[in-house]
Design a protein around this ligand. Structure first.
Ligand SMILES: NC(=O)C1=CN([C@@H]2O[C@H](COP(=O)(O)OP(=O)(O)OC[C@H]3O[C@@H](n4cnc5c(N)ncnc54)[C@H](OP(=O)(O)O)[C@@H]3O)[C@@H](O)[C@H]2O)C=CC1
Ligand SMILES: CC(=O)[C@@H](O)[C@H](O)COP(=O)(O)O
Ligand SMILES: [Mn+2]
Length: 381
């Protein structure tokens, strides 16, 4: 029985993780969870899985819930995320919280020796060097949940990593993949949230439309697999059936395929190195699909992806600044305070103005993150 802590239980990845836990109660037990402000969903999950510890974003909700569930301990805020991540009974942390707010709890869980199943890519982008150094020090496995990285991880299974020539991340192109830049000027939030293949949280769906999601994933791949940026490519593949590929030095290419369903990589990270049957999974029928499409990426069209490669190559706090600028700008877009194309304009301006600090410590990263968000807010006033 694996005992699990889950950050971000009420989100898109969190709810799918709960689904897996409910369907595999002989294998997994949820001991602690965090949520934000979706208290209705939090109640439902507590009733279903009876965790010992629950953290919510606001103190008033923790007080309210503790009256309703007297046998559960409640906590709140950033310290609550750390408490959930470091619950003494859990051996695995599923980090499905949104944004760089997941960084400190990830580091704390690593220091407690917990296996990390990580969906929270912003943590790896903003401070990948710290996360991987701590994981090495405490001999902790960081298992990818992001579909592309799970595909790469599965395609590397049993292979010699020194014989890898390059990693190829597939990209759907997002909601606006067939639009020109001119056509992007007047797109709406509703259009941007309409991803062709995946049903996901709002922030990642917008990231997918700007292709910053793929940029974050390029950096995530560099952090997780130690590949230089010149050996990480992005390939447009509009069907999201091939989840990513690994090319070896004998020219062989190994890929992982499947119908788009995030429960597959989530469950694999939980059951690794075993595989479990997927309850209600749809089998891939290639004959029915008939054909798969591929296209080269145009970096002029998808400028956010270029910005992410630039930040990755530079390293240091530029990564934190880029990530925080993106989180803040996407938030502003979702509040209708800036347009879709202004998201990348904001990120570019923040990156151009940033005084880069290489190999930053945690304090520096947290400072840059906070200051960048303030700067972005001031840019739209
Ligand atoms: N969705 C997907 O298919 C994929 C997601 N990812 C990554 O996984 C992560 C989660 O994505 P997704 O599930 O889509 O996001 P969602 O927005 O759907 O969910 C985010 C979760 O984090 C919680 N949360 C947000 N802000 C805070 C905060 N300040 N303090 C505490 N909790 C907070 C939310 O709580 P509440 O809702 O209760 O307020 C919710 O539980 C992201 O890093 C994303 O890039 C990666 C691959 C695929
Ligand atoms: C499901 C998942 O892993 C997302 O990150 C997905 O990759 C988004 O798709 P695109 O960014 O390729 O549109
Ligand atoms: Mn992905």
């Amino acid at each position: 029985m694996k005992k699990i802590s889950l950050l971000g239980a009420t989100g898109s990845i969190g709810i799918q993780t709960v689904d897996i836990l409910l369907n595999n109660q002989d294998n997994f037990q949820l001991v602690a969870l965090s949520s934000g402000r979706n208290i209705e969903k939090t109640r439902e999950i507590i009733s279903q899985l009876n965790p010992e510890l629950v953290s919510v974003q606001d103190e008033k909700d923790a007080i309210e819930l503790s009256k309703e569930f007297p046998r559960t301990t409640f906590t709140f805020g950033p310290k609550g995320l750390v408490e959930v991540a470091t619950h003494p009974d859990s051996t695995v942390l599923v980090n499905a919280v949104l944004g760089s707010v997941g960084l400190e709890s990830t580091l704390a869980a690593i220091r407690m020796g917990k296996t990390i199943a990580i969906a929270n890519k912003e943590t790896l982008v903003t401070a990948g060097h710290l996360v991987m150094a701590e994981a090495k020090k405490y001999n902790v496995a960081i298992l990818p949940v992001d579909s592309e990285h799970s595909a790469i991880f599965q395609s590397m299974n049993g292979e010699n990593p020194k014989q890898i020539e390059r990693l190829i991340l597939t990209a759907s192109g997002g909601s606006f993949r067939d639009k020109t830049r001119e056509e992007l000027k007047n797109v709406t939030i509703k259009d941007a949230l309409n991803h062709p293949n995946w049903s996901m949280g709002a922030k990642i769906t917008i990231d997918s439309a700007t292709m910053m999601n793929k940029g974050l994933e390029v950096i995530e791949a560099h952090v997780l697999f130690g590949m230089p940026f010149e050996k990480i490519d992005v390939l447009l593949h509009k069907e999201s059936i091939i989840h990513s590929l690994v090319e070896y030095h004998d020219t062989s290419v190994i890929a992982q395929l499947g119908t788009p369903d995030m429960r597959v990589p989530i469950q694999y990270a939980l059951s690794y190195p075993e595989r479990l049957p997927l309850m209600g999974g749809t089998r891939l029928d290639l004959a029915k699909i008939g054909q798969l499409n591929f296209k080269e990426v145009d970096f002029e069209r998808f400028r956010a992806l270029k910005l992410a490669y630039d930040a990755g190559q530079a390293g240091g706090t530029l990564l934190t600044a880029m990530n925080a600028a993106n989180e803040a700008a996407v938030g502003l877009f979702l509040q209708e305070k800036i347009t879709f194309l202004q998201i990348e304009e904001v990120i570019e301006q923040i990156m151009n103005d940033h005084q880069n600090i290489l190999a930053p410590d945690l304090e520096t990263i947290l400072h840059v993150d906070t200051e960048t968000r303030k700067l972005v807010e001031s840019m739209v006033k």
